[in-house]
Each structure stands twice: as structure tokens, then as C-alpha cells.
Design a protein around this ligand. Sequence first.
Ligand code: UD1
Ligand code: CA
Length: 453
Amino acid sequence: MRLAAVILAAGKGTRMKSKLPKVLHQVGGKPMLGHVLGAASEAGAEKLVVVAGYGRDEVESFVDDVAEVVLQEQQLGTAHALMQSASALRSFPGHVLVLCGDTPLITPETLSKLVNYHEGNKASATVLTANMQDPTGYGRIIRDEQGRVKRIVEQKDGSAEELAVKEINTGLYCFSASGLFEAIEQISSENAQGEYYLPDIIEIYNRQGKIVTACACDDSAEIMGINNRKQLAVAEKELRGRVLDRLMFDGVTIVDPDSTYVDSTVSVETDTVLYPGTMLEGSTQITSGSQIGPNTRIVNSEVGANCKVQYSVVMDSVLGPECYVGPYAYIRPGCRLAAGVKIGDFVEVKKSQLGSGSKVPHLSYIGDAIIGNGVNVGAGTITCNYDGKEKHVTIINDGAFIGSNTNLVAPVKVGEGALIAAGSTITKDVPERALGVARARQSNKENWRKNTK
Ligand code: UD1
Ligand code: CA
């Protein structure tokens, strides 16, 4: 049977106190809406429709061509919101999942279970339900003596007896497309909030003699709706826990999961150890056997096998195998380190390449540099890459040795195997195997301090 999904996402999310539409707030490294779209398509939805309203343009540009976006001009209720997808889905030959853009924890497994339950019972509507210790705020599932779902009553409309029910409407449903939009048209807004309630479709279907069922969600954490930033942080923690669990079961050691942050988009290979305070973000990929952290942030970067990166920040860069970074190094965007490169303490590297086995062990700034293999860059060396207007390139060829506290005023080139004397300010190219010295010669004035003992 074919499957489509509609994601209701027109609300502003007033309680977020944000200019950004609620569904675009990020958890686990991507907007909430992205998680819901991902779960729906993993569950097999071939057609995705997003109902947007507040911040429509932003929602549309995030969704791009992943889903069709339809507009709900005024937020008149969940039934009205779903109605906006009629043009896209009226003749869809299959089932329609209805999801909310602010429930990012929903899993594809639960959605598949919902669809299978719906299909297995040949139902016209299936509500995903959960049992809540505190059901306040949710719609309650009202069943008849035989346990059949009779209707759903909202918090603001319920009697004391109805509100005592702990089985709630998660706001997620599976419908058969056939007859769905005709039934929604019959929903009225005569209720405490003056809104068109989608849950009212249950009573309408019951009247029409159609089959209505409820499928229980095993883990009520999954259906948590995010309304404010406190809940956003709870969702973040839950998602983070899932990612870390997956990594641990896949052979990654995580010394302290409470202080380790890995986006769902990151991949980490086996026998890597993540020490406390590690944050791995975006498209980062860590190859096997690496040791990352403590206190390290790596964003959109590739780290080769058996690297060690500690107390450092690495952004948009590529590290070959067996590199050693930190403590306290800052690798800025556009760096490529070949195998066995060492970037030591208090070193900043930007948009530079380092060949295999090259070392910048202490206290340096390397920017816009192309450095060959086996180069040693002494402590305190600075590439002076910026003349106030433009950036210039420094080239250091294989096997060169840069003495400590050298300034390399770019554009400048140091030839293969050349040696730069410590403390030099190099403004001219140094030929291969030459010694470059550019500093005042030392003179000693004898007996300068006559009266000191
Ligand atoms: C809804 C359900 C309630 C259920 C709860 C689960 C109704 C009437 N009630 O209540 O039974 O327990 O979800 O969280 O449906 N939206 C639109 N356009 C609108 C109204 C809402 O797109 O006109 C979207 C919102 O952005 C949100 C979703 O629909 O993503 C749910 O709307 P919300 O107002 O949060 O519904 P609840 O009052 O929580
Ligand atoms: Ca809600």
C-alpha cells in the first residue's frame, strides 16, 4: 500500500519567543521539521506535504524539494490545517500519515507500527495514543464499553470524568486517503476554542460506520511536542542519548555520555574513544582508532584513523591518519593535514596544507600556507599572510627547517631542505638547501653593568 505524509507546521510557536518559526529550531544538529520529514520518509512515505503558515518562506527554503509546501493563511485549527493538503492528496491511492512538525523524537519504527496497525485493522482512521502520568493539555481518548475509540475530547472541552482519562491523543494519525477530505469538511468549530479540531473526525467516522482504531505508542518520550526552549533542551538530550547509544553499540567508547555531544549527522568508526567534553558536529567523520577529547569541538571535518585530538577546535578541515592535534590547537576552515602531522599547543592553522610528518609543535600562526613533507616549524613561527588589504601565500617545501620565532612575510617561498635561522624575519624567497638569516647580529658590550654584583 502506498504511503504519504502531511506534516502540520503552520503554528508560530509563541512560547519559543523567537523570530524563527518553531519547527525550524534545531535539535540534534538539524531543524525539528527535518527530523519529522526524515522519520516519515524512512517509514516509507513516498510523498511528503508540509503545511506552513508562520515563516512560510523560511520553512519553504528549508524544505526545498524534499516535500511539497502548502500554505495555511490563518491558523484555524488542525483540521483546517490538514484540509490545505487536499489539493496535493485528494486522489492519493493509499494511506496518509498526519504528523506534527514539533515532535522531533518520533521514530520511523513507531510510524511503521502505526501504519501496519492501521492496515491490519482495515481502518479508516488510526490514532497513535500514549498513556501519560499527567495527561494535562492533551486530547483524551474516550472509549466505549467494548473498548472501541468513540471520540477524542480536548482539555478545554472535557468533563471532569473525561479529563481523568490518562490515555491521550499524540496528535499523530494514519488515515486512508479515500474519503478523508470529505469527512474533514464536516468538522465544525463549535467548541471551547472556536477551532476546527482534527480529532473530531473520529466521531464522524464512527457515525459513518467506518473502522476507527487506536495504536499505543510504547515510548511516550517519542511523542513529546516541543513548545518552549526548556522542552527543546529535553529533546536535545533525548536525541543525543540515542546517537550515543547507537555509537556505543557500534563499537565506540564514550567515557562520559553525559558530557559528550554528537550530532545525528556525524559518523564515528569503531575503536574510537570519545573523552568528556567532546562535541562532534555537522558532517564530521571520525575514522577508527582515534582518540578525541577531552574538551574538543570538531565541525564538518574528516579525521583519519588513529588520530589524537585533545583540548582543540577543528572546523571544516581534513586530517589524515595518525595526526596529533593539541592540546589547545585551533584548526580553522580549509586545512588539510596529511598523515602523521603534528599541530601542537597554542597553534592556529587556517586554510593551509601540511604534508606528511610535518610538525608545528608550539605557539604558531600558520595561515594560507602550503607546507611540504617532513617540515619542522619552530616555536613561535608566524606566517604574516595579511598586508592589510590582501592575503598572501607562504610556501615551505619538503624537509625545510624553520627556526623558532621566525616571521615569514608572505608571499614568500622557502626551498626544499632550507634552514631558517631562529628569530629571522624572512621577506625574500630562500633557495633550496640555503640558510636564510634575517636578524641583527649580536654584539656584547663588556662591563655594561659595572655596579651590579
Ligand atoms: C493537538 C490535538 C490534541 C493532542 C495534541 C498532541 C487538536 C485539536 N488537538 O492539540 O488532541 O493531544 O495535539 O500534541 O488537534 N497547526 C497548524 N495549523 C493550525 C493549528 C495547528 O498547522 O491551525 C499545527 C501546529 O503548528 C502543530 C500541530 O498542528 O504542529 C498541533 O497543533 P497544536 O495547536 O499544538 O495542537 P494542540 O492544542 O497541542
Ligand atoms: Ca501541541
